[in-house]
Ligand binder design. Structure first.
Ligand code: MG
Length: 361
């Protein structure tokens, strides 16, 4: 499970300054509460290969956070995947909100040709509210391609009800890319997909939690449970493992963020840019799939040099994210450095995760 280079790295030294050189804990304020948090903490460091980021969510225990450390060490110490493109397209995200809020949210993602709409927050009882939000996005971004994310919010029967309602929306086949994780269990995803095929509904299914949180991400493909897989570099233990999951599943992939700063987002951009667009992906996305890496828009600021996501040049400009490594801007880094107590907490956490990785060697 642990690649040789990582085993060598984590057993070779106990010195955090060697493993995470020039590390700094940063804390970035978010424009709105997301995932229950109003600010995001991350360790950024300058490895021999470039700047990287370790940022598992605060509540994650060592076994899960250790995979994120593997991903962070890979990006800092190893060459990034070879990009086939200079930049990747980004999707905008429309959270669970009233239709009135939709135009303002769309305006936050200038140039985005794809939007991901969160649904199912209130279960199937809120289907009409979800459909009203979807119609609002269609009205204000008529040329955009859409994808819905249910975050495993439905039982199977409710997901079937959703699919019938969505298939009845005008020209759904032309603009709907997929519905992401409508149900939790991978077996239910497979059943739903079969049910959709039996009825000839123009709906594709994407697996997210079934890839990211599963013991065995390859079961999605083995059971025929999805048309698309969602992958994230840091939570999957690095871009290499994420790329292996994509290859192993043999399905078109959409790369998403784990709410990283501008440093960590680039691991995702490089991963996405390294994935070839095959005929199956072309059929769904009509080009390289839009990535869920536009989450920099959820922060009030960033730490990277040339962070221009507010006025649109490099970071979020034209709905694109550059597929090369980023460096922190020294002034922004200084402005958002966390206090000594927070640094000590993260150092202890890194040590816990290192112990966990060593146990797996
Ligand atoms: Mg998702």
């Amino acid at each position: 499970m642990i690649p040789d280079w990582l085993a060598e790295l984590v057993t070779g030294t106990d010195d955090l300054d060697a493993l995470l050189p020039q590390r700094r804990v940063v804390e970035l304020p978010m424009i709105t509460r997301f995932r229950g948090i109003t600010s995001r903490q991350a360790v950024v460091f300058r490895g021999p290969a470039g700047w990287s980021e370790f940022s598992p969510f605060l509540e994650y225990a060592a076994p899960e956070a250790a995979r994120w450390l593997a991903g962070a060490l890979e990006f800092g110490h190893r060459p990034a995947p070879e990009p086939l493109r200079d930049a990747v397209p980004l999707n905008g995200t429309i959270p669970d909100c009233s239709p009135d809020a939709v135009p303002g949210l769309i305006a936050r993602y200038p140039g985005a040709g794809t939007f991901k709409i969160k649904i199912a927050a209130g279960g199937i009882a809120n289907l009409d509210t979800d459909l009203a939000r979807i119609r609002a996005v269609r009205a204000h971004a008529p040329a955009a391609r859409l994808r819905f994310d249910a975050n495993a919010g439905y039982p199977l029967a409710a997901a079937q009800q959703l699919c019938v309602a969505v298939a009845a929306l005008p020209e759904a086949a032309d603009w709907l890319e997929y519905i992401e994780q409508p149900v939790a269990a991978v077996e239910d995803l497979a059943r739903l997909r079969e049910w959709i095929a039996d009825r000839g509904l123009p709906i594709r299914i994407a697996a997210d939690e079934s890839i990211r949180k599963a013991e065995d991400p390859y079961r999605v493909a083995a059971l025929g449970a999805a048309d698309v897989v969602i992958v994230k570099a840091q939570p999957l233990g690095g871009a290499q493992h994420a790329a292996d999951v994509v290859t192993g599943c043999g399905l078109p992939a959409v790369v998403s963020s784990a709410l990283e700063t501008g440093i960590g987002l680039r691991a995702g951009a490089l991963l996405a840019a390294s994935l070839p667009v095959d005929a199956a992906a072309e059929a769904i996305f009509a080009g390289p799939p839009a990535c869920g890496l536009g989450t920099g828009a959820l922060f009030t600021t960033d730490i990277i040099a040339g962070d221009t996501h507010r006025d649109g040049d490099d970071h979020l400009g034209g709905g694109l994210l550059s597929a090369w490594r980023a460096e922190p801007d020294p002034e922004l880094l200084a402005a958002h450095t966390a206090d000594a107590e927070t640094h000590a907490w993260w150092d202890a956490r890194v040590r816990d995760c290192l112990s966990e990785l060593r146990r797996q060697v």
